[in-house]
Write a protein that binds this ligand. Sequence first.
Ligand code: NAP
Length: 317
Amino acid sequence: MKLMRAVCIYAFGGPEVLRYEDAPRPHPGEGEVLVRVHAAGINPIDWKVRKGEWERITPHALPLILGWDLSGVVEGLGSNLKHFKLGDEVYGCADVSRDGAYAEFIAVRESDLARKPRSVDHVHAAAFPMAGLTAWQALFDAGGLAAGQRVLIHAAAGGVGSLAVQMAKIKGAEVIGTASERNHDFLRKLGVGQVVDYQRERFEEVVEPVDLVLDTLGGDIQERSWEVLKPGGILVSIVSPPSAGTAAAHGVRQAFVMAKTDASLLCQIAALADAEKLKAIVETILPLSDATRGQELSEQGHTRGKIVLRVVQETTG
Ligand SMILES: NC(=O)c1ccc[n+]([C@@H]2O[C@H](COP(=O)([O-])OP(=O)(O)OC[C@H]3O[C@@H](n4cnc5c(N)ncnc54)[C@H](OP(=O)(O)O)[C@@H]3O)[C@@H](O)[C@H]2O)c1
């Protein structure tokens, strides 16, 4: 049996359940390719699954390899493939019900992958998939954001937020974002017109009515967001389903988005990256063996952009 290095869990729990060890190298099945992972992006779902918080939504078999955002190179082929061949550089978001990408290899459905953006390295490519799919599907598919509209993006400096800001600007929307002071200059450079310091001011007191709120935080932030919507506006949450009754009482709409993998959208995101319209912000790069540190940092909730695990040291690009 061929082995690979991977980060596995044998039980749900705190960061101490993560183990960096040898694991069997997966075999690609029908419609799947074997990808040599060059970089794996960390998302909050990674540590939420580790804690067992996802077991009612998506049950997992243990042991489990965590982390589903990846960028790498096709190194093995399953059967009935239509899109990829050996040596192709790919990126994408693997099925979160299966073993993930904190590993040297992963077997992934072709339909969960697209060609990696050519102009960025694997580390930056691995920062795009889940956050990019989520931001796009929330703003445009659920929220119908259009040119000239105003959007309030909560946690605008985070993984989803920093891509949502750029996507909304590409569309021609006016962007308002919340962040702590450390991120204000960063957000202004990204195109945010009004930055609200959530530690010093209440956004509902300083933000003029908006067409769309992107809720990346839930709880009290979601509740206070109703007040800033224009009549007929929409509150889109990626954290918890907003109340339909409360939306109706405010004369606004609501939606809850669970990101779906979508190869054609991944192609669009790659094209935007290659056109230098969309930039992956990677604050921290760690080796695969430091996945524990990466998850601890992510869980603190103050990452600017993304944390990415480097699995293969790049020589170029
Ligand atoms: N439904 C889905 O399909 C889906 C997909 C992806 C993510 N999600 C969920 O969406 C949430 C956000 O994900 P993410 O990857 O963007 O998280 P993240 O990158 O970890 O978010 C970190 C950012 O949050 C900001 N932040 C923390 N508290 C804040 C507050 N009270 N107000 C404003 N900003 C605040 C921080 O900015 P400061 O340092 O300035 O505080 C930091 O930049 C997570 O709960 C994640 O699980 C859902």
